[in-house]
Design a binder for this molecule. Structure first.
Ligand code: G7M
Length: 256
């Protein structure tokens, strides 16, 4: 079970400092005061994610542990990462459930049903959709078999451009957040190897939006336009937790 405190909203702050909350004064000195504030239970919710039953991979993913920065050459991808993916990858049933409208269908913000270039855009599990400050949506492609950034070639440019253009315009329509306030990117490595794109608010330092994991979709498109086999040749760096099996595989190959 993952417990998270969520961002304040303007409304909730106004209600928190109103008469409904109780408080205890800790320090009062001249104009300076520190208090413990106890807002009403409704304003005090804790976002809770339950993964049940959790597999060993989930436990490794969420356990606090040392990280390593791994630099994966094209050769490493073929000899370490790809064999690891064929053995070990996370089950992606949740992705198929969304694509087949078996779950979360009422949360879909936009769909383009084209089998080659289409996708479903919906709120990421990490966003409670209550405030725009931590807006987080994902676009999941309809096409099967594209695992990650490594698989992308010029053949996928129409798909990538479509996600960027239609995803941004759907978010503007529904949430009134313009493209200039959004970070649109892919993870490398992702947790789930069915291509999807993250849309997060620039004001939100979303986990996984740093240089050790995020690749801006606009840069990805540009790189492939400049060099068709860019992602098959590029050395890609990413951080990985010490106990994750991919780290172990790199370590066993003498690459950490
Ligand atoms: O690291 P990666 O690029 O694979 O990110 C996967 C994203 O999918 C993360 O941001 C997760 O929060 C999100 N996600 C994972 N699951 C299992 C679900 C789910 O069941 N529903 C939704 N809407 N998002 C999910």
């Amino acid at each position: 079970m993952i417990l998270e405190k969520t961002a304040f909203t303007e409304d909730s702050v106004e209600n928190m400092i109103s008469g409904e909350s109780t408080f205890k004064v800790n320090i009062q000195n001249d104009i300076y005061n520190t208090l413990d504030l106890y807002p009403s239970a409704l304003l005090n919710g804790i976002k809770t994610t339950l993964i049940y039953p959790a597999t060993e991979k989930h436990i490794a993913k969420y356990t606090a542990q040392d990280m390593h920065l791994i630099t994966e050459t094209a050769q490493d991808y073929e000899s370490i990462t790809l064999p690891y993916l064929n053995r070990e990858q996370f089950n992606i049933q949740w992705v198929f459930n969304i694509l087949e409208k078996k779950t979360e269908s009422e949360r879909i913000v936009f769909e383009d049903s084209n089998p080659e270039t289409g996708f479903i855009l919906l709120p990421d599990m990490k966003w409670n959709t209550k405030q725009m400050e931590d807006l987080y949506l994902i676009a999941i492609i309809h096409k099967h078999g594209i695992k990650s950034l490594r698989d992308l070639t010029p053949e996928h440019l129409p798909l990538l451009r479509n996600i960027l253009n239609k995803g941004l315009s759907a978010i503007l329509d529904k949430y009134h957040v313009p493209a200039s306030k959004l970070r649109v990117y892919l993870h490398y490595q992702p947790s789930y190897y069915h291509l999807h794109v993250h849309f997060t608010h620039l004001r939100f330092n979303a986990p996984g939006s740093g240089v050790d994991r995020a690749h801006l979709l606009s840069d990805v498109i540009d790189n492939i336009e400049l060099m068709p086999d860019y992602y098959q040749r590029k050395t890609l760096s990413f951080s990985s937790k010490e106990n994750e099996k991919l780290s172990v595989a790199f370590s066993e190959a003498g690459r950490i």
